[in-house]
Design a protein around this ligand. Structure first.
Ligand code: ATP
Ligand code: MG
Length: 608
């Protein structure tokens, strides 16, 4: 073995391994350079998913002949003017992107500074640098990357399909475009424009929303809550989608730190925490959040592609995000996303009915809610209980447990309430009410479940959950692991109103249950709670998972579908929903009600 310094080209190829992993990463570096150069327009063209050509043209400040020659050298950068790595002011700072790309492709950069007589062009092929030559060009820079990875064939093998690579490039540009609404962006595949965003002027917040709705669709703009919060000089702003507007993956979660798109685990974790009470764990809300923090409080030099960051005070950032989103969701009250009613209208549009041009709004582009696949399996099996008619309210002992309060409003025909006046109940499951300008359909079980859950949480926060002793303690047989999981948490469960103790091996004795739940199927409840706890780390206090646990409890204590309600009860339920935070969706992110506007219904019948 001979110890030696590696040749420059090899060093650059190694660096390229980290920095330009795939075409989208090269696009990211080049577009970031254009942003850093103060461009007002950035146009990107890719051929074959970026593999045969990536071309990025900007109208930024451009480079002189000497600068061009330096730009493709390793560790040459104009972005650390004071050698200050603590206060990084630009997206780039490593001076590595261009030499890395040049080492693995055929790179050509053409550029002209404002005021220079001519532009210049420089080429690098597989690390071999050619002399700059004069070139006709407008002010700005064009970087063309051909045959990416031709010089490192091993990397070529890891390319995904052109379509997949193009998708990544599109996503990369969208992210950068969101952070910079004042810059116009376009992406084309040579034949067709894939993206085209014109620059948005004016107030930053409004500009961001404009750009966001261009990128994420109008649904997002109409169903997102404004987030604005600040703590100790760190600002959080942006938009958080209503929980009912959710997706099966995190692709529409956009996070930015000082206008830099990041994929940061800590930040994603904070989002999960903020939405935990409102969404199943396999559903993801749509969000676009911008964190603006003094540059010395965040380290951007922790990841070669600069997509992760470290915050000096993680707790502060996490608290800021969780607090601001929870607050916004609470103020949104009973709102459920409008896409819920759009989906509903889409669903009740059978082909043969659309005789007239008055087409109702089509299917919402985003999944609005999913089948509750996450409900613990025990619960799913017992699902049929919900459909079994229960005895009438008066004869049910559990009626006292959750007596729907008398309507404070004696004028029950009043349709001015947001959720209107109840007009009837259908299939012993749905409450139909009339509002000033539409119809509301409430899923009584989902709605009631939400109300009970909020009550349990309130009781917890205030005076502790009231318990009721069982006349005869009930013994529930469960498998040993489940028993262990529950008894290990006995103290915490007692705080929630459920008093249990081990009863030999494979059994648990239940002495008291939360009074709110009324007469409850203890066996089912314990099974579901054990399922809830199955995937939870013992170090996480139940209090932090209170949402899950309350949801399970609430599910067992709610008015089931199939119970007949009288007018007062229905109206009382509506009024309580209006007064209860988060009542627009049940704990699994499904909506508790759907609102159809008269105008939409009129369209449905071709009246408009
Ligand atoms: N589009 C552009 N317009 C003007 N100057 C540019 C452009 N692209 C690159 N440069 C110049 O070339 C230099 C090197 O670019 P390169 O991307 O390799 O490194 P960097 O942006 O400084 O840091 P990083 O490696 O983190 O991206 C930049 O510092 C900048 O001065
Ligand atoms: Mg750069």
């Amino acid at each position: 073995m001979i110890l030696r310094r590696l040749p420059e080209t090899l060093v650059n190829q190694i660096a390229a391994g980290e920095v330009v992993e795939r075409p989208a990463a090269a696009v990211k570096e080049l577009v970031e350079n254009a942003v850093d150069a103060g461009a007002a327009r950035i146009d990107v063209v890719i051929h074959d998913g970026g593999q045969s050509l990536i071309s990025v043209t900007d109208n930024g400040h451009g480079m002189s002949r000497a600068e061009l020659a330096l730009a493709i050298e390793r560790h040459a950068t104009s972005k650390l003017p004071d050698d200050d790595l603590i206060r990084v002011q630009f997206l780039g700072f490593r001076g590595e992107a261009l030499p890395s790309i040049g080492a693995v492709s055929r790179l050509e950069i053409t550029s002209r500074r404002d005021g220079d007589d001519t532009g210049w062009s420089i080429k690098v092929e597989g690390g071999k640098v050619f002399d700059p030559a004069p070139a006709a060009f407008n002010t700005g820079t064009r970087v063309e990357v051909r045959d990416l990875f031709y010089a490192t064939p091993a990397r070529l093998k890891f390319m995904k399909s052109q379509r997949a690579e193009q998708g990544q490039v599109t996503d990369t540009i969208k992210r950068l475009a969101m952070a910079h609404p004042d810059i116009g962006f376009s992406l084309s595949d040579g034949a067709r424009k894939i993206l085209d965003y014109s620059p948005v002027r004016g107030d930053l917040f409004e500009a961001r929303l404009d750009r966001l709705s261009a990128i994420m669709g109008r649904d997002f703009a109409g169903n997102a809550l404004l987030i604005e919060a600040e703590r100790d000089g760190t600002k959080l702003s942006g938009y958080a989608g209503l929980p009912t507007l959710n997706r099966g993956n995190a692709a529409l979660q956009f996070l930015f730190v000082n206008d830099r798109p990041v994929n940061d685990r800590m930040l994603f974790g904070a989002l999960r925490g903020a939405y935990r009470d409102f969404l199943a764990s396999n559903r993801y809300p749509l969000v676009a959040l911008f964190i603006d923090t003094p540059p010395d409080l965040v380290d951007v030099n922790v990841h070669p592609a600069k997509t992760e960051v470290r915050f000096q005070d993680q707790g502060l950032i996490r608290g800021l995000i969780v607090g601001a989103i929870k607050h916004a969701l609470a103020s949104a009250g009973h709102r459920a996303s409008t896409t819920v009613s759009e989906t509903a209208l889409g669903a009740i549009r059978p082909g043969e009915l659309s005789m007239h041009s008055g087409q109702p709004t089509g299917q919402a582009p985003y999944g609005t809610y999913s089948a509750p696949s996450h409900i613990p399996s025990g619960l799913r099996e017992r699902n049929h209980h919900y459909h079994a008619p229960l005895p009438s309210l008066d004869q049910t002992p559990s009626a006292d447990a959750y007596r729907i309060p008398e309507s404070p409003d004696t004028n029950v025909t009043d349709t001015d309430h947001p959720l209107g006046a109840a007009r009837g109940q259908l299939h012993e499951t749905y409450i139909i009410s009339q509002t000033a300008d539409g119809i509301v359909i409430v899923d009584q079980h989902a709605a009631h479940e939400r109300l009970v859950e909020e009550r349990i949480k309130n009781d917890m926060a205030e005076q502790g959950v009231k318990r009721q002793g069982l006349l005869i303690p009930e013994v529930v047989e469960l498998d040993e692991n489940a028993c262990h999981r529950l008894t290990a948490r006995a103290d915490e469960l007692a705080e929630l109103g459920l008093v249990i103790e081990a009863f030999g091996e494979g059994a648990i004795m239940v002495r008291e249950t939360p009074a709110l739940l009324g007469k409850v199927d203890v066996h089912g409840l314990l099974n579901d709670l054990a399922d809830d706890l199955a995937d939870s780390d013992e170090a996480i206090a139940l209090r932090d998972r209170i949402g899950d646990v309350c949801a399970t409890m609430a599910c067992h204590g709610s008015v089931r579908a199939g119970r007949r309600l009288n007018g007062d009860e229905m109206n009382a339920l509506l009024r309580e929903m209006e007064a209860t935070p988060h009542s627009g969706q049940c704990s699994h992110g499904r909506p508790t009600y759907v609102e159809l506007k008269l105008s939409d219904i009129e369209k449905l019948f071709g009246r408009r």
